[in-house]
Design a protein around this ligand. Structure first.
Ligand SMILES: *Cc1c(COP(=O)(O)O)cnc(C)c1O
Length: 365
């Protein structure tokens, strides 16, 4: 019998090596504890895997490639293919392993020594990167209906030293979509600021910021293969912008940062994008079915959303979260975020998973 090695002790903040910058030490490690239950609705993933036949094609393509050679330096071939898919100029595409990496790089590009401006609540990666990279972080509260506080953001665009403004459409974690006029008003007011329109969930809302982005040389759309494409495990995301902004952003991308295996799989996905639309349609229909089924719940409120997730406002998030885990469903607590008291964020699953979800929520008093 061998004994278990002792569990590593959690390092208290003050024990960090002295060379670690205080800004990094001050940020808590990314809070995510995996919960082992059958129904995983906590990360807004696609409930369906990449289609089996495409997986086989991707695997075959991986086997054809030499693994001893470095990949394309800046993934130029893949950038060209994304550009063709998006109807974009190839010089305006930047690809990285996940759009989270682009958020780090954009914060390096325009946030360090300057300002990161966003709303509150917002996607946690914007604020974490701003804090760790030592950018000045300014957050403006969302309005009560989760719409963009356009006037208050414009005040900050005027007042703060320019940097990067992060806007998310559909917004995370509320699923709210603003009128294009509101986003345009911010872009008009942004002047020298870099404006990032994070469109991680645009397929589900049927919105598309490309035409707007084209008009503004400082604006950029962030897109990902992690959600509608069902490829979160591959890690790939990209930015669409004018070529000046893309050229500067590309300088910050580490060389060879997309490996040949990911590149091969993404090529197959981009050659066969047809599966995405059908899944998005199902996801949207399922989201609406869940919201309708919960419409007359006595204590919980499922809030409208245009993404592949929604907020469930409960009388007690801790109780509701545990109740759902006992029913084999994991969701994400959001109740500590501003204006989201009692809220869980719930991903839309397969129809069978959603049936289980509806039943479990209906059993919650
Ligand atoms: C899921 C998500 C992303 C995607 O991140 P990846 O690193 O590409 O997986 C980006 N932005 C928001 C707001 C998200 O919710």
């Amino acid at each position: 019998m061998t004994s278990q090695p002792p569990a590593p002790e959690k390092q208290p903040v003050f024990d960090a090596p002295v060379g670690v910058r205080p800004a990094v030490r001050a940020v808590p490690a990314y809070p995510f504890d995996p919960v082992q239950v059958p129904t995983k609705l906590d990360q807004n993933e696609n409930p369906y895997d990449f289609p089996e036949d495409l997986k086989q094609q991707a695997a075959a393509r991986m086997l054809e490639r030499p693994w001893n050679r470095y990949p394309d330096l800046h993934a130029d071939e893949l950038r060209d293919r994304i550009a063709a898919y998006e109807g974009w100029e190839p010089g305006g595409v930047v690809v990285t392993p996940g759009s989270n990496v682009l958020i780090k790089l954009l914060t390096e590009l325009a946030g360090i020594d300057q300002t990161v401006l966003t709303v509150d609540p917002t996607f946690s990666v914007y604020t974490l990167e701003a804090r760790m990279l030592g950018a000045r972080l300014v957050q403006v509260p969302l309005r009560d209906d989760f719409s963009l506080p356009v006037d208050a953001l414009k005040v900050q665009l005027e007042r703060q030293r320019p940097g990067v403004l992060y806007i998310t459409q559909p917004h995370a974690p509320t699923g709210h979509v603003d009128d294009e006029a509101a986003v345009r008003e911010l872009m008009d007011a942004a002047g020298d600021w870099v404006v990032v329109l994070d469109e991680a969930y645009y397929q589900y809302s049927g919105t598309d910021g490309r035409d707007l982005i084209r008009e503004y040389p400082n604006a950029l759309s962030l897109r990902t293969f992690s959600k509608a494409w069902g490829l979160a495990g591959l890690r790939a995301g990209y930015a669409l912008s004018g070529s000046e902004l893309a050229t500067n952003l590309q300088k910050l991308v580490p060389a060879f940062n997309l490996n040949i295996l990911t590149q091969a799989a993404l090529e197959v996905a981009l050659e066969n994008p047809g599966y995405v639309q059908q899944r998005v349609q199902e996801g949207v229909a399922e989201r609406e079915r869940i919201l309708a089924a919960l419409a007359d719940h006595p204590t919980c409120q499922a809030l409208p959303s245009r993404a592949n997730f929604f907020l469930l406002r409960t009388p007690d998030a801790e109780v509701a979260y545990r109740h759902l885990v006992e029913h084999g469903i994991v969701t994400r607590r959001q109740d500590r975020l501003r204006g989201l008291e009692g809220c869980l964020r719930v991903g839309v699953g397969t129809p069978a998973e959603n049936d289980a979800l509806i039943g479990a929520i209906q059993a919650l008093k």
